[in-house]
Design a protein around this ligand. Structure first.
Ligand code: UN1
Length: 522
């Protein structure tokens, strides 16, 4: 119960607003094809970050008992699902894609209500899930392995993919349908069964995805949904001995805990974590285009993307012009409820996020090696009174080693850093612990290729912002951003399947590899 209260207080900010809460819809876990309450019968509430009086729904506050039940049902469903031919599995996923398309508008509106980002962006989030579903379902008729010559005569060698088994998927709140789809769809096409736990701030969008899976005809037990908090629900998934694989997207700190727990029990672990992404703006850049890219990258999703452009390294020759235009644009952004089509930037996710982001703004202000050029305040008056709104914030003249230029803020805050050469810019750009996304604005193809080659990141853009990854290319990062895996593309199949090397000896005799060297066949 203490936990339920904490859940309530964290997102609602204030208490005593019972009127709307009474009307909140109740949602359930999905276990073994049944919609069920948590074993303990407790609930948490999901509030709208633009107006915390608006309660989106009540969701099960799940515990280890619920996770056990979900894993058990995934276990029971596994053999039948893995033996279902992959093209048949894919057919169901194509149906799922159609259902997502039909419901795109409602899913987007509900996502804006629970997560805050503007309708255009939640439309993009649902679209990314649709794209991922169709693209990955196509793998049902590929799932390519390979054949290769054997070193012995009359021997055949090949490599095939097999499902890993039961998978635990732990997903974040910033892309509440797209990121669950990045994990769920490839897991399913490869023949795995799953338990998925969405972030406590945005359970409805994953609920919508799972409900659509049911409607599409995915058999009971193949997909199981448990809602709740990292402790105990997320931890119970991470530590569950029957879950062969944990796929996690979230903070680098939590990712490290997940990785250690997986190491203890030899589980496969795929992590997608923080970023401190950079746009380099050279002196030959189209400055207006670079400013557009910076505004979109820094303030889209209120800066709450792991791909957000939180550093802008700008050549001194265009520095003044770029900064002036950027500040003008940031000041002019219309902040408000994402459900209003005129809004350009929505709220941040919850009270903890406000606290963290305002803390970083204070850190930036305290040091005299940066200037707070615009923003910096929480908005609390009028329509902002019941939400988590922060002004688009730009720091200029930032020293590259300052905390605001090194640490992930995950909010509408960006740091402009001057540079005088491409080499210096690349050094600054690479000089952080993360390695997700980077971009360069330049008209010079040599500079573009130089930066492309030198940036140690998983994603790179030329004359485009640090955000905007497409589903058929691998997504992920180097250093503290990940642990070497990639989601999306066909590369994600390497997470959700394991290779099996198969040798067929049809010579009728013992042939010893590496020992019986055959010069030529008889
Ligand atoms: C994230 O930042 O958490 O490239 C995911 C993008 C989106 C996905 C972002 N397609 O910004």
């Amino acid at each position: 119960m203490a936990q339920a209260k904490k859940a309530l207080n964290r997102k609602n900010g204030r208490r005593g607003e019972r009127a709307l809460r009474g009307a909140a819809k109740t949602y359930h876990n999905y276990i073994g094809g049944q919609w069920v309450a948590s074993a303990g019968g407790e609930w948490f509430e999901n509030a709208n970050p633009a107006n915390t009086r608006d309660i989106v729904g009540r969701f099960p506050l799940s515990t280890a008992e619920d996770v056990d039940a979900a894993v058990e049902s995934a276990r029971n469903a596994f053999d039948r699902w893995r033996r279902t031919p992959a093209p048949r599995r894919a057919e169901i996923l194509f149906r799922l894609g159609e259902i997502l398309i039909r419901n795109k508008e409602r899913f987007s509106a509900e996502m804006t209500r629970e997560m805050g980002k503007v309708l255009k962006e939640t439309g993009g989030d649902v679209q990314e899930a649709i794209d991922c579903t169709f693209y990955t379902a196509g793998e049902g008729r590929r799932l390519h392995g390979f054949t290769t010559p054997a070193e012995m005569p009359d021997k055949f060698a090949m490599c095939v993919r097999q499902p890993v088994g039961l998978c635990g998927l732990i997903t974040p709140w910033n892309f509440p349908m797209a990121i669950p789809s990045w994990k769920l769809i490839p897991a399913l096409v490869c023949g795995n069964t799953v338990v998925i736990k969405p972030a406590e701030d945005t359970p409805l969008s994953t609920y919508n995805l799972v409900k659509a899976c049911e409607e599409a005809g995915i058999p009971p037990g193949v997909v199981n949904l448990v809602t709740g908090y990292g402790e105990p629900a997320g931890a119970s998934i991470t530590n569950h001995p029957a879950l062969r694989l944990i796929s996690f997207t979230g903070s680098t700190e939590t990712g490290r805990i997940v990785a250690s727990a997986c190491a203890e029990r030899n589980a496969i672990c795929s992590l997608e974590m923080g970023g401190k992404n950079v746009i380099i703006v050279m002196d030959d850049a189209d400055v207006d285009l670079a400013v557009e890219g910076a505004v979109w990258g820094a303030f889209g999703t209120s800066g709450q993307r792991c791909t957000a452009s939180s550093r802008l390294v700008v050549h001194k020759k265009v520095y003044k012009l770029f900064s002036k235009k950027l500040i003008e644009r940031a000041r002019g952004l219309k902040v408000g409820n994402g459900a209003d089509p005129k809004t350009e930037m929505g709220p941040v996710i919850n009270a903890d996020a406000v606290h963290k982001i305002m803390g970083y703004i204070e850190i930036g202000e305290r040091e005299d090696r940066a200037t707070l050029a615009c923003g910096g305040n929480r908005l609390t008056k009028g329509d902002y009174a019941n939400g988590y709104f922060i002004e688009p914030t730009v720091f200029t003249d930032v020293a590259p080693d300052m905390r605001i230029a090194q640490e992930e803020i995950f909010g509408p805050v960006t740091a402009v850093i001057p540079t005088d050469s491409l080499e210096d810019a690349v050094e600054i750009a690479n000089g952080v612990r993360y390695g997700l996304s980077a971009a360069i604005y330049t008209q010079d193809v040599n500079r573009a290729f130089h930066a492309m080659n030198e940036m140690y990141t998983g994603i790179f853009y030329v004359n485009s912002s640090t955000i905007g990854a497409e589903v058929h290319l691998p997504f992920g990062g180097t250093k503290a951003t990940g642990n070497g895996h990639r989601e999306a593309g066909t590369q994600v199949l390497d997470i959700f399947s394991e290779w099996k090397s198969i040798y067929v000896d049809y010579s009728g005799k013992l042939q010893r590899a590496q020992i019986d060297v055959v010069e030529s066949a008889d």
